[in-house]
Design a protein around this ligand. Sequence first.
Ligand code: NAD
Length: 485
Amino acid sequence: MTLLDTALWSGRISTGSWQPGHGGAYDVVAPATGEVLGSIGSADASDAYAASARAAEAQRGWAAKAPEERAAVLRRAGLLFEEHAEEIQGWIIREAGSIPPKAGLETHIAANECFDSSALPHLAQGEVLPSDEARWSFARRKPIGVVSVIAPFNFPLILAIRAVAPALATGNAVLLKPDPRTAVCAGVSIMRVFEEAGLPAGVLQLLPGGADVGSAVVDAPEVGMVAFTGSTGAGRKIGETCGRLLKRAHLELGGNNAMIVLPGVDVAKAASAAAFGSWMHQGQICMTTGRHIVHESVYDEYVAALVEKANALPVGDPASEQVALGPLIDDGQTRHCAEIVADARSAGATIAAGGTHEGRFFRPTVITDLDRDNRAWAEEIFGPVAPVMKFSTVDEAVELANDCDFGLSIGVLGNVSDAMVIADRLDSGKVHINEQTVSDESQAPFGGTKSSGNGTRIGGATTNLEAFTEIQWLTVRPEIADYPF
Ligand code: NAD
């Protein structure tokens, strides 16, 4: 039996053991072919509420374990992600429509998230504070309790494990609600890894399902924090609920990321960075390069190089062919992309390459001659579309880059001293000089400004410790103090 053997999870959810959910079951479908890969159990709200109560119970025992025991589970989980990487990657390729290198990146980072998190239990869990009284005074970190992790479909494994691993390491229980379209590669895989790693039953539970299950894991009374990655619309709703219920909400949301290309740039290298930034995983990444802001002196050459790449890159089923781009996740996302491209054209833009699709296979697309109100420029597309605009002065480039509802990632390509001056003026959670906009490492703090999130961060020991714990003020006196009455 393999780690992800369908016999283990077919028709089931995992709430301490694998069993049918009250939401029934649904097909796991390969977006490239429509092939049914299996059937996964679906939770409903009642499953989520019961899971939450069970998690609160299990969490107490888990938090009471010696730090070394928790660390050991996380280390074993990291090793299991490495050991079973090929099998998990197979699911990421088929279920999420990913090319193999992207699937490899996901399992590699998943292992690193576990290894990095295995250090958290042994870090100092607070501070000794000076006190004006005759007492000892401490700020000590405690787990939040039950944490809900809600993840999207695009980098499904990384975006789930980056919250699951530090939440567990710091002594929390976790309710995991993956996107229904990627519940095996980002749900079953994590559940099975932690089962094999020796995590006690009930500390991590898997609740596949849609937005209704997502809502239930937000408002279940035992849940103290929600780590959400997904669209700005859904994030706002979750933030509103958490505000009303006074729960912590860590919201990692959409993006429409700019890349500024400076005069004197190596155009061939810039175009390669641009192609990767806009078309990696079919542009379905929150950090995708969605706006290319290119100096007029290199604009024509840059567009020509990007168009040449667009016309040459192979698109197809990554499970059976060597391709650069796989399918979009579903028909809805394909229609959305096609509509934005059609609207862009009607508004006067030029489709310099691509713009067409066969089924869910969308050609890499380059759009020029647009103004900033054009939907293709103003909105997050979540498809393989590279809109390009020209600038003359640095002020203009900075203004264009910042003129956006989102603030997740910005790249600046070219002369480093000019790029440094520009970087200081950018409103963005991440800035990458001489890189495109898509980048993530388990040890780096990740988060966005404006509509890309509520300013929280995930990633790196300091950040994660802060994100997944509460602080308790603890004082101790040698004996009861004298009080005035
Ligand atoms: P989505 O918001 O529709 O879904 C994401 C997850 O939230 C899914 O599991 C979904 O079932 C759940 N969900 C949806 N509505 C919910 C609700 N009302 N309550 C609780 N849960 C709910 O996102 P999507 O459109 O499938 O994913 C793409 C979006 O995610 C893009 O906007 C992208 O930029 C964003 N994203 C952000 C990051 C980041 O780190 N900032 C990373 C990846 C994707």
